[in-house]
Design a binder for this molecule. Structure first.
Ligand SMILES: [Zn+2]
Length: 183
């Protein structure tokens, strides 16, 4: 009997009419989202709307093997090996895939993680945050909003004013100093 009641409740909750009248499952969805992710606080985006869309073959031609592995296959460079984790010059960090401005030296800080760390992007519209459930973890992936390239992940243990740590692969970035010198 209990089983039949549960089944009936499920049928009612999942019926389209009920959804249209918003009889509680919207709130349930919100509660679930809040539990599994803090995405709602940040910029979300649709990867199908990216301004720069290229085939894997084209990306393979344009990028180095390591850039392709990280940017297009969501790889991670080994900690303390990247060119920017202890890089302090003033300037802008662009996407290594498409050149979009992503971060600046102003928001960069030393996290001790072995990857370049920023407490904020240059502009929240320049990145996309997505839930990433790979490797048995729930993390928030950071992608370039222009080309969809994988940049790294964002965590809640950063410094103020945001309390966030954008943990970014050096290989996903191209630094350009204030005087327009690329390094
Ligand atoms: Zn990009």
């Amino acid at each position: 009997m209990k089983y039949i009641l549960m089944l009936a409740a499920l049928l009612i909750l999942s019926s389209p009419g009920c959804r249209a009248q918003s009889c509680g499952d919207d709130d349930l969805m919100k509660a679930r989202e809040g539990k599994s992710s803090t995405l709602k606080h940040r910029q979300k985006g649709e990867l199908t709307m990216l301004p720069i869309q290229k085939s894997d073959a084209d990306w393979k031609k344009e990028l180095s093997a390591e850039e392709y592995r990280v940017l297009r296959e969501k790889g991670t460079e080994i900690a303390f090996t990247g060119k920017y984790y202890k890089h302090d010059a003033d300037g802008v960090y662009r996407c290594a895939g498409c050149g979009a401005e992503l971060f600046t030296s102003h928001e960069k800080y030393h996290s001790g993680s072995g990857w370049p760390s920023f407490y904020a992007p240059r502009d929240s519209k320049s990145i996309i945050i997505r839930e990433d459930r790979s490797h048995g973890m729930v993390r928030e992936e950071v992608l370039c909003a222009a080309c969809g390239g994988h940049l790294g992940h964002v965590f809640d243990d950063g410094p103020q004013p945001t309390g966030l740590r954008y943990c970014i692969n050096s290989v996903s970035l191209d630094f350009e100093s204030k005087d327009n010198n690329k390094e």
